[in-house]
Design a protein around this ligand. Structure first.
Ligand code: BG6
Length: 792
């Protein structure tokens, strides 16, 4: 029976001058809250409490509510569980007992369980809401659907909400989504587009509960309010490193079907810890209340983060995990899960401000303690000669302490040898009396401490924000994809790596300690083998082998992708060193596309002795788009390689595709201009090294089948046409490529296997298969083909 408890019923207030969204957000009236997954774990632990909090705060606001717990189970089974959960909600400490009892009673009467399975169930729900509004003569303010269900169900539920439960125009609809939002970049993209079919962007609230934590939400305000102290030291000259840590004592038991597909990196690093990292490092917004500006500045961090490879991470798994997986997933005793439950990842931000500053993200289950914090550790150049206990020579640090651990409450701590921070606005206070504890190596008395006067649950905070239509603490689609863009390559590269097994709890001792060396992170101690190697199934790690042979009567190197890229990078460096020692310069021509990215990353991350200072980088081909566009080959080379290495600007030679404010117009003479530059700077117009890829249709550079690739005469550079967009291209000709000293054709991935098989059988026919026209006159051609492409 729907409850008829009505609080003040106030009709729509006229809101002169506001935007439509704002008007909707502020409109008073009846609000229907539906938690889909209303008897699940999250709902039980946090959501109903959050909505009860919202209800108690809104009791005299003029809004009225009804609450629906939705689930797949039939009502008779679910109702007892549902009400048991609701009875567990509690009031703030300052609410008198009788008042609290009354509020709880009202809340329970406003709530009901509904089975939400079929489209008809959603239609019935909508009918019910409408009928109730009519019967009680209420004005509707909004409908809030909280999807606390596995992500695979989102698109379907969003579709049902869209087709049956959309309110009338002028009434808001808000749909809250819990992470995980996808599994990697691609799946996040698919999910975003599926949701986009049913919901408008402004209707979606992607929640990351860390953004609702009191301390996390104060990182930016703290940085702004203490700008005058922080500005001079928030940079590479002063910061030693940044650590963002979430340690848990809990295991993954009971959640294995979810957890085993995700693991710690997807579960908390990709979202919670990444969010904290952006808040700590982003440029401060000029206008703090501009959500767009904050988002823009966060996105800049994502763009500046150096790619993460295998050597920027260490992973572990607690010993009992595999058994839990076997049990919960009904697997045999031979089954081996490689899912990490611990990870430490070192990121670097490619900005002059943070050059060389490691940002370490750490999280694990079954560790020695439960604690979460972000610490900015500063360099301290003071050496205390006599009094080692003097605060002057102790570590200098700012700590955003999310909670738990030795302190037990959320706080912001600044060591007294740094500065005395301004106390946060709002409900924050300076804490001067505390238990005698030590926080991250220092006694609490060495810190200035400030903490919220009242502790609030993250979910309650965020639910209040959703209710008032504030989106600044939620994840936008663009932001989400940027984060997956950072993490996906690392996840791919770790997918067959063995995590180090750790016993769990205090027994871990120093087994998970790691070392940061340059750009790499590695475990500090030798592993103690807990599982005998003969029990280890799964992919083999010792299949490393580089094979040399012949392909199309030229030399071929083949290996697994990673080793192949390693080998190619070493060969490029060897060619560079030889050229520099012989003639002082190395001329390298690079292709665009995604194939060479792994090589660029390898060169940027590992080849510190590469003679970049004496290297000239040329483009093999270019798309006729401005160089700043993401489709531009130069932009690709710039973002993934050039900006990460110390190459002089005057050694970089993008193709002049944009002249006179137009793109690739023959009479502007761009191709000729590039050719002249090559003639002028490159000895005998012979590049030392040309890196090529090959497309599914056999094209190489921007020389496409049927494009008379042999017909460029003596020209070195030409305009060409591609069947794919953007159609217009500029490319080195076969003539230019065949003058090179070394030409490498890099081919990777299973998708290229058929092509490689086909090419191995065809004769040279550049018009049909442009890549077969690569025959360096006096140089050497080497095919670099990974096993996937070679063997399928
Ligand atoms: C969740 C993760 O998002 O965050 C859990 O799925 C993790 O695995 C939890 O335990 C940690 O949150 P908190 O608020 O307890 O630090």
């Amino acid at each position: 029976m729907f409850a008829t408890v009505l609080l003040l019923l106030v009709t729509l207030c006229a809101q002169g001058g506001n935007g439509k969204e704002e008007q909707e957000a502020q409109r008073l009236g009846h609000v229907s809250v539906v938690i889909v997954g209303g008897t699940g774990d999250l709902a039980k632990k946090y959501l109903w409490q959050g909505f009860f909090q919202l209800y108690t705060n809104q009791v005299s606001s003029g809004n009225t509510f009804s609450f629906y717990g939705g689930g797949l189970s039939p009502a008779d089974q679910a109702i007892p569980v549902f009400f048991e959960i609701l009875k567990g909600v509690s009031c703030n400490k300052d609410v008198p007992v009788e008042r609290c009892a009354l509020l709880k009673e009202q809340f329970l009467r406003l709530a009901q369980y509904r089975q939400l399975k079929t489209p008809e169930d959603y239609q019935d729900l909508a009918k019910h809401i409408e009928q109730q509004l009519k019967e009680e003569g209420m004005v509707e303010a909004g409908r809030l659907f909280y999807l606390s269900v596995p992500a695979f169900a989102y698109a379907d539920i969003a579709d049902k909400v869209n087709s049956s439960c959309r309110p009338a125009s002028g009434v808001w609809l808000r749909v809250v989504l819990e992470k995980p939002f996808g599994h990697d970049f691609r799946s996040a993209q698919i999910l975003a587009s599926q949701l986009g079919n049913s919901l408008k962007d402004e209707e979606m609230y992607r929640i990351d509960h860390y953004l609702g934590k009191q301390v996390v939400s104060k990182i930016l305000p703290f940085r702004i309010q203490n700008k005058k102290f922080l500005d001079p030291i928030w940079n590479k000259y002063h910061i030693e490193r940044v650590e963002i840590v979430l340690k848990e004592t809990l295991d993954a038991k009971g959640r294995i079907p979810f957890y085993d597909q995700y693991g710690v990196i997807r579960d908390v690093l990709q979202n919670h810890l990444t969010e904290v990292m952006t808040l700590l490092t982003m440029r401060l917004p000029v206008n703090q209340s501009s959500n767009e500006e904050v988002l823009r500045n966060k996105l800049k961090i994502f763009r500046s983060l150096q790619p993460l490879g295998k050597n920027q991470a260490v992973i572990g798994q607690y010993q009992a995990y595999n058994n839990e997986v076997q049990e919960e997933l009904n697997k045999t005793k031979e089954y081996l899960s490689l899912t990490p439950t611990f990870a430490a990842v070192m990121a670097h931000i490619d900005m002059a401000q943070y050059d060389g500053v490691p940002v370490v993200l750490i999280s694990g289950k079954k560790l020695d303690e439960r604690v979460g914090y972000a610490r900015v550790l500063f360099k301290n150049d003071i050496f205390c000669v006599q009094n080692h206990n003097s605060v002057h020579c102790k570590p200098k640090q700012v700590i955003f302490y999310f909670g738990h651990g030795s302190l037990q409450y959320p706080a912001i701590l600044v060591t007294k040898n740094l500065f005395k921070p301004v106390v946060m606005d709002g409900e924050w206070k300076e804490v001067t009396e505390h238990k005698d504890v030590s926080v991250l190596g220092l006694p609490i008395s060495d810190y200035y401490v400030q903490a919220p006067t009242v502790q609030r649950e993250a979910y309650s905070e965020l639910i209040a924000q959703i209710f008032s239509g504030r989106k600044d603490s939620f994840i936008s689609a663009e932001h989400l994809l940027a984060s997956w863009g950072l993490w996906t390559p690392l996840l791919d590269s770790l997918s067959s790596s063995y995590p180090r097994i750790y016993p769990g709890g205090a027994d871990n001792a120093n087994l998970l300690d790691f070392r940061l060396r340059g750009k790499e992170i590695s475990y500090a101690n030798e592993a103690v083998v807990i599982i005998a190697p003969d029990q280890m199934g799964g992919p083999s790690t010792d299949g490393f082998q580089v094979m040399q042979g012949k392909y199309r009567s030229a030399d071929m190197v083949s290996a697994w992708t990673e080793e192949l890229v390693e080998r190619l990078a070493a060969d490029v460096q060897a060619a560079a060193e030889a050229a520099v020692s012989e003639g002082g310069t190395f001329h390298l021509a690079l292709s665009g596309g995604s194939t060479p990215l792994a090589l660029f990353h390898r060169l940027a991350l590992y080849h510190f002795s590469f003679p970049w200072r004496d290297t000239h980088v040329w483009m093999v081909d270019e798309r006729c788009v401005p160089l700043t566009e993401s489709e531009s080959n130069f932009r690709n080379v710039h973002d993934h390689l050039l900006q990460h290495v110390r190459i002089p600007y005057y050694n970089i030679h993008p193709m002049p595709v944009q002249l006179n404010q137009r793109l690739c117009v023959e009479e502007d003479g761009g191709a000729l201009l590039y050719e002249r530059e090559v003639n002028k700077l490159v000895n005998g117009s012979s590049f030392h090294f040309v890196l090529l890829g090959v497309g599914y249709d056999g094209h190489t550079a921007s020389l496409f089948p049927g494009g008379k690739v042999d017909g460029h005469g003596d020209s070195l550079v030409a305009f060409t046409e591609s069947p794919a967009k953007p159609h217009q291209r500029m490319s080195l000709t076969l003539g230019a490529i065949n003058r090179a000293h070394k030409v490498a054709v890099l081919v990777m991935g299973k998708g290229k296997h058929e092509l490689i098989t086909q090419l191995s059988r065809v004769k040279d026919n550049p018009d049909k298969w442009p890549v077969t026209g690569i025959r360096p006159a006096n140089g050497r051609l080497v095919w670099y083909i990974d096993y996937d492409a070679l063997l399928g």
